[in-house]
Design a protein around this ligand. Structure first.
Ligand code: SAM
Ligand code: DTB
Ligand code: SF4
Length: 334
């Protein structure tokens, strides 16, 4: 076994403590970036980024009270509730995303949980997108075991369900479902052999220990999530978090770097919040080990940078985007 692989094996840990992660977070910036970039190069091509496009297939009117979310029926945002999107419109959007270079299509629904009455319609969307030759991802709230199995059968590659923040801060953000509910959904996804996409949000007024606690909760799962979205809070008018103090951008970069060090085999996604980030800040996130983004002019309900701008940025940085086949090759070579 090459020396690198031994190092690699040793660094897949599931016994992190918050104290040691706080120490990583507070390293001198240059040391942290160097270590994260070195770790990144042990596992990935540092010049390749995976791109996913999002589509809201069911918007607004959600029963949950997530304090950050414009789609919650508990808040007064400008988002209007819409019913589940018809299959042909979903496939139209997926085709466009594929044509503009996305390798994965992620469909999100503003639901507390997936209901059996909607299962077959969502399964048909998954199969339809898969048949276009894209990787598939859905995020539908809480999921039961039999539903996960059905979605796997339909061709689902990834299920996104975030832990959002630390167990300690969680109750300040959401009261309508528990941290354990989220862990149970992740168990069902893993048991159905679907790749787990799970991360969280920073910039919600949490402290450093909470940011470390989120990453500890993710890395100490039975397997590291294959994909770890790190979202910077998008402050949306009408939500309780609209006026939260802005996070120091370098703290966002540190979060990416620490996630990279703790979960070296995972794709770390520079997720929501890019709309308000400079190109230079995003470049720093890639240096810290981010190797995935959401691509396309909308996230779910809020804006994302336009694709021409992203393409230009990739060109300026010499980054190439992963297509479905080379994304899976890179993951299996890791
Ligand atoms: N309703 C499902 C659920 O919550 O599980 C799926 C869709 S929900 C919008 C997916 C994730 O988007 C949330 O878990 C949260 O992490 C992220 N999100 C929602 N609003 C956000 C915001 N304003 N800023 C950053 N991330 C946000
Ligand atoms: C994730 O971690 N971030 C995405 C995706 N998973 C579903 C969603 C971000 C949503 C940002 C607010 C909005 O556009 O509504
Ligand atoms: Fe609903 Fe998901 Fe928004 Fe929470 S994050 S309010 S569950 S759509």
């Amino acid at each position: 076994m090459p020396e690198n692989s031994v190092k690699a094996e040793q660094s897949l840990r599931h016994d992190w403590t918050v104290e040691e992660v706080v120490k990583l977070y507070t390293m001198p910036f240059a040391d942290l970036m160097f270590d994260a970039q070195t770790m990144h190069r042990n596992y990935f091509d540092p010049n390749s980024v995976q791109v996913s496009t999002l589509l809201s297939i069911k918007t607004g009117g959600c029963a949950e009270d997530c304090g950050y979310c414009p789609q919650s029926a508990h808040h007064e945002s400008a988002v209007k509730a819409e019913p589940l999107m018809p299959l042909d419109r979903v496939l139209e959007n997926a085709t466009k995303a594929k044509d503009s270079g996305a390798s994965r299509f992620c469909m999100g629904a503003a639901w507390r949980n997936l209901k059996d009455r909607d299962l077959e319609r969502v399964a048909a969307m998954v199969t339809g997108v898969k048949d276009l030759g894209m990787e598939t991802c859905v995020t539908l709230g809480m999921l039961e075991g039999h539903q996960a199995k059905r979605l796997k059968e339909a061709g689902l590659d990834y299920y996104n369900h975030n832990l959002d923040t630390s167990p300690e801060f969680y109750g300040d953000i959401i009261t309508t479902r528990t941290y354990q509910d989220r862990l149970d959904t992740l168990d069902h996804v893993r048991d159905a052999d679907i790749n787990v996409c799970s991360g969280g949000i920073v910039g919600m007024g949490e402290n450093l220990t909470d940011r470390a606690g989120l990453l500890v909760a993710l890395a100490n799962l039975p397997d590291h999530p294959q994909s770890v979205p790190i979202n910077l809070l998008v402050q949306v008018e009408g939500t309780p978090m609209a006026e939260t103090d802005n996070l120091d951008p370098l703290m966002f970069v540190r979060t990416i770097a620490v996630a990279r060090l703790m979960m070296p085999e995972s794709y770390v996604r520079l997720s929501a919040g890019r709309e308000h980030m400079s190109d230079e800040l995003q470049a720093m996130c890639f240096l810290a080990g981010a190797n995935s983004i959401f691509y396309g002019e909308k996230l779910l309900t809020t804006d994302n940078p336009d694709t021409a701008h992203d393409q230009q940025l990739f060109e300026r940085l010499g980054i190439n985007t992963l297509s479905e086949s080379n994304a899976s090759e890179q993951a299996s070579a890791a």
